[in-house]
Design a protein. Structure first.
Length: 277
């Protein structure tokens, strides 16, 4: 009995430590704890934090394929962009993005898509400039266009989602700053937040030797893009990426143990942030 009590106490201490650690990285609680329905057609709007390493969509798709989840992903990215650089309303018109595609059977045949009611996307993920939500001169644009885009997205029947980015490697204090700013604006727009920044912080806490950003301390390595994709996958599908054999692409596959570690961090972060069972 004494041994069981000791083990129980140790487990409780570990869980509390993990919870306290996460709480240290954000103080604004998210109001939206998940999507009512997992979307199948998703648009990602952002900048180089999304398109590095051949695009985070490749990582999300790789995990989705392994986990038998249907996801059709589209990116609209501009280097260095804040939300004010994007005309999201124009991206959502039925004759715009994803209005056609080519077959992958070598025939180069065009397929023109028709969407009932003109609803091309079911969800749109919004990612601001890497310091936009907290920059003294830029945060007003994040707040303003976060609201404008959310309204335009909902007008098409889709759900707006905000992506919480990560701290620069040499400025770890940005984690909490970005988290609180992003959650606050998402709450104002009754939108979901995807906690990528929290996952980066947790991964670096547990394995500081694993590089998630390149030499500029900002942009993601292949491991960083993998973690970003795993968190997005988990948030969109309400499913764990754990166990997926996918190691990444773009000629930058990860070591199996690193991919497994990042899958676990992604699921752990998402479950705790949304308070899922």
């Amino acid at each position: 009995m004494k041994k069981i009590a000791v083990l129980t106490t140790a487990l409780l201490s570990f869980c509390l430590a993990t919870s306290v650690y996460a709480a240290e990285n954000y103080s604004v609680k998210p109001l939206v704890k998940g999507l009512k329905k997992s979307p199948e057609r998703v648009l990602l709007v952002g900048n180089s934090f999304m398109y590095y390493n051949c695009g985070v969509t490749n990582y999300i798709s790789g995990l989705a394929k392994d986990k038998n989840k249907k996801l059709t992903l589209t990116m609209a990215t501009i280097g260095g962009a804040g939300l004010d650089w994007h005309d999201v309303k124009s991206y959502l018109r039925p004759n715009g993005l994803r209005s056609y595609s080519t077959t992958d059977d070598g025939s180069n045949k065009l397929i023109f898509h028709k969407y009932p009611g003109g609803k091309v996307f079911e969800a749109v993920i919004l990612q601001d400039n890497s310091q936009g939500p907290v920059h003294p001169e830029l945060k007003k644009f994040f707040e303003k266009y976060g609201a404008i885009h959310s309204k335009d997205i909902r007008a098409t029947g889709a759900e707006p989602i905000f992506l919480m980015t990560w701290a620069y490697a040499d400025k770890p204090e940005m984690t909490k700053q970005l988290a609180d700013a992003t959650i606050r604006v998402a709450n104002e727009n009754k939108a979901l937040v995807i906690p990528v920044g929290l996952a980066f912080a947790q991964a670096l806490k547990e394995r500081p030797e694993l590089k998630l950003t390149i030499e500029d301390n900002r942009h993601p390595t292949a491991a960083g893009s993998y973690l970003e994709g795993a968190v997005i996958f988990a948030a969109l599908t309400h499913a764990s990426p754990e166990g997926a054999p996918y190691l990444g692409g773009c000629e930058k596959p990860l070591a199996k143990q690193d991919a497994q570690f990042l899958q676990t961090i992604a699921w752990k972060t998402v479950k705790e942030f949304y308070e899922w069972e």
